[in-house]
Write a protein that binds this ligand. Structure first.
Ligand SMILES: [Zn+2]
Length: 464
């Protein structure tokens, strides 16, 4: 979904796109890095946008690569679901009875309109030290690095302690039906390592400044607010007006602030970010991390849209429409209220609060189900934290690892809902200002590929 920690993003400034010198490195140096680059460029050419039916072909290509590297044909399975599906590859470990570790990534990508792009989004281009194309970052870089690492380990005949299962989903960006099915199929897993979240941030000088380990996500929820009215001729307005009533209700929601909350993940990330954040904002982060009852500190943090999601549930009106003619009283008005709920707070509680804020029996408040589910935070597993810290230290001695609670949702949600600890441990390091995931001219630095293989290898060797 998103790849660099929001907390860390504040410490590096956004940079405009300036092509690097022609001498920039466009090729990884290690065999596994070269293989990862091939997997990535070939992967971009599969237009795995929802509705185009390209996920099975991409899966077939990946299966062929995995089998060629030594995976048993029977251990690599594609499960079709509608026009998409999910691919799994089992890497047998020494203890076949131990709970397997899932390595998770997604094959689908967000739509891209070639008209808007400088280069064709589905023609991979390696230039000036970057790989360009839709999915180059989200999530085909993380996917290709994981696959290349597993292939390398398989060829070296390394055997993990427990089974590793590579799970590649096919509709993370849309309905997550494949994720739901895969999570159900592997609900006995002991751990999920997700390539689609977490990541390292580089400073303006290109040196790593921190790594974000994703351990929680806000819970997504939309509510529809609807009101109907008999309407009538606009020359004869009466006491009721659907638009005016609904506007007043969304105004009350906008004026409300959900109470501040924290968990061990946000506490750690705020405390860790405070040190590098100057002024009242940094002081507020430090104060709130130390005292969850510090309302004033929570309000200071909430004033910054980058951080409000870290300290409370947010609900905001995102759509509003009503009326049917310029000269008629409205018969109907509707609004969509989008909430990002602090993990652990039931959606029912949020609905109760919204209904109370609406405070108008004529307005119907209904939950708009889009398939997202409620999932709590993953408790910070010391083994995972130690493994990520060791990998980060190898990448750059003393590199800070910050636990992250992400505002968006990833495949991890469906695994967390089964109670499986899930961590975003993406291998990509880049400058926050260069992240165009979901946007135009998406790209990933070639320089992150070789260390990305080392990253996965370190994690799999210590957690596999
Ligand atoms: Zn993604």
């Amino acid at each position: 979904m998103r790849h660099l920690p929001i907390i860390v993003a504040a410490t590096a400034t956004a940079t405009a796109f300036v092509p690097a010198a022609a001498t920039a490195q466009d090729t990884p140096t290690t065999p596994a890095g070269k293989e990862a680059l091939t997997l990535l460029t070939k992967g971009i050419a599969f237009q795995t946008v929802a509705g185009r039916g390209q996920v099975p072909a991409y899966s077939a290509y990946l299966k062929q690569q995995l089998v060629a590297a030594g995976f048993a044909e029977a251990d690599v399975t594609f499960v079709p679901i509608g026009e998409t599906g999910y691919l799994t590859a089992r890497y047998p470990g020494r203890d076949r009875k131990a709970k397997p570790t899932v390595v998770l990534a997604h094959m689908d990508v967000v739509e891209a309109d070639p008209k808007d792009w400088t280069r064709d989004p589905f023609t991979p281009v390696v230039e000036n030290g970057y790989v360009y194309g839709r999915g180059s970052l989200d999530n085909k870089a993380g996917l290709s690095l994981a696959v290349a690492t597993l292939m390398k380990l398989k060829r070296e005949r390394w055997v993990p302690q427990r089974d590793l299962v590579l799970v590649l989903t096919g509709d993370e960006e849309t309905s997550m039906k494949t994720t739901q099915a895969a999570a159900e199929a592997f609900k006995g897993a002991g751990l999920v390592l997700n390539a689609d979240a977490g990541g390292g941030a580089l400073g303006d000088d290109g040196k790593p400044i921190a790594y974000g380990l994703q351990a929680a996500e806000k819970v997504y929820g939309d509510w529809h607010l609807t009101i109907t009215d008999p309407g009538g001729h606009s020359s004869r307005p009466g006491p009721t007006n659907a638009i005016v009533s609904l506007a007043a209700a969304v105004g009350r929601i906008a004026a409300y602030r959900f109470p501040p909350q924290q968990n061990e993940i946000t506490r750690a990330s705020l405390a860790g970010t405070a040190a590098g954040t100057p002024g009242p904002l940094g002081a507020a982060m430090k104060a709130f991390a130390a005292n969850p009852r510090d309302q004033a500190a929570a309000d200071t943090i909430s004033a910054d849209p980058r951080y409000i999601g870290q300290v409370r549930t947010t609900c905001v009106t995102t759509m509003f429409n009503g009326g049917h003619a310029p000269n008629a009283l409205p018969q109907r008005a509707m609004a969509n209220v989008n909430c990002r709920i602090f993990p652990g707070t039931p959606r029912a509680e949020i609905e109760k609060k919204l209904t109370a804020l609406v405070a108008d029996p004529k307005i119907k408040v209904s939950f708009a189900d889009n398939g997202t589910i409620e999932a709590g935070a993953s408790p910070l597993d010391p083994k995972v934290l130690a493994a990520v810290k060791a990998a980060a230290a190898k990448r750059s001695p003393g590199l800070q690892v910050l636990p992250q609670q992400e505002a968006g949702a990833t495949d991890s949600m469906h695994f967390r809902a089964h109670g499986i600890p899930s961590f975003g441990v993406g291998p990509v390091f880049m400058k926050p200002g260069e992240i165009f995931a979901h946007g135009l001219n998406e790209r990933v630095p070639v320089a992150t590929i070789d260390p990305g293989v080392v990253w996965w290898e370190d994690l799999l060797r210590s957690l596999g």
